[in-house]
Design a protein around this ligand. Structure first.
Ligand SMILES: Nc1ncnc2c1ncn2[C@@H]1O[C@H](COP(=O)(O)OP(=O)(O)OP(=O)(O)O)[C@@H](O)[C@H]1O
Length: 250
């Protein structure tokens, strides 16, 4: 991990009408760091990471992503940042009517370098190879298992070579072995592509395997911050409880 800070959030606040979701949250993400974000359903985890790519605009606070204050940006400038931040959505939805290959090519239309056909083919092949699924290129999503779909969705995000990855519950709905494989893949992708990541998850094993640091959100704020070791052995039983079976599933 390096000391450069790639995300800096200070005193973020966000309400939807009367629903105060984020009262006051500050955190940062260092280059090559893996930060896990835990918290009960509805604690604002997704709202927080959506605000990093301009999908949700906080009511107040400071938000720097890759050195840019994204709250002061117009849509075109946010788009430049967005291309460098990969977002693996909860459903990780692939287009069912397209083969894996076409799904992979889809985001490249927005690639600023406008790669040639042969460069696109190389990018698709290399990225699929890296998630171990080159052989699925001509298949449709309906022919793939849940774990495979997740890998392809990840590959499709990685094809843009993001500097930051935002994972929204990457292992939800997968069995324990497949979940562990996805966690391993998250680690491998950091090595391969020098990515810093924020990983929202309820999966304690995923936190243990992937994270350098953990924050727990609750009551609109950060309830605790530390390593997996520190928080899972916390003296505060409420904090420890996030690492027990009760919180493994929603
Ligand atoms: N676009 C929106 N408009 C209105 N309310 C919203 C919007 N997005 C989120 N919320 C509200 O913000 C709260 C937090 O939602 P969020 O999805 O961030 O929770 P979460 O911690 O990610 O939960 P989960 O673990 O279930 O995914 C919820 O009460 C939700 O209804």
């Amino acid at each position: 991990m390096k000391d450069n800070i790639v995300v800096e959030a200070e005193n973020i606040k966000k309400s939807f009408g009367d629903n105060v979701v984020i009262k006051d949250i500050s955190f940062n993400l260092k280059e090559l760091e893996h930060l896990a974000v835990m918290g009960r359903s509805g604690s604002g985890k997704s709202v927080l990471i959506k605000s990093l790519v301009g999908l949700i605009v906080p009511d107040s606070g400071k938000l720097n992503v890759l050195g840019e204050n994204i709250l002061d940006m117009d849509d075109d400038d946010i788009d430049v940042i967005r291309r460098q931040v990969g977002y693996l959505f909860q459903g990780g939805a692939l287009y069912d009517s397209m083969t894996v290959e076409r799904n992979m090519k889809f985001p490249l239309r927005r690639h600023p370098d406008k790669p040639s056909e042969s460069e696109i083919k190389d990018l698709v092949d290399e990225t699929l190879e890296n998630v171990g699924l080159l052989e699925t290129k001509k298949k449709y999503p309906s022919e793939l298992s849940g774990g495979m779909k997740k890998r392809i969705a990840l590959a499709r995000t990685l094809i843009m070579r993001p500097k930051i990855m935002l994972y929204d519950e990457p292992t939800t709905g997968l069995d324990m072995i497949t979940s562990a494989e996805i966690s391993e893949l998250i680690l491998k992708m950091r090595e391969e592509y020098d990515i810093s990541s924020i990983i929202i998850t309820h999966d304690v094993s995923c936190v243990e395997l992937t994270s350098d640091r953990v924050i727990i959100l609750g009551e609109g704020t950060s309830l605790a911050e530390g390593t997996f070791e520190e928080l899972s052995n916390s003296e505060d039983k409420d904090i420890r409880s996030y690492f027990t079976m009760i919180h493994k599933k929603k």
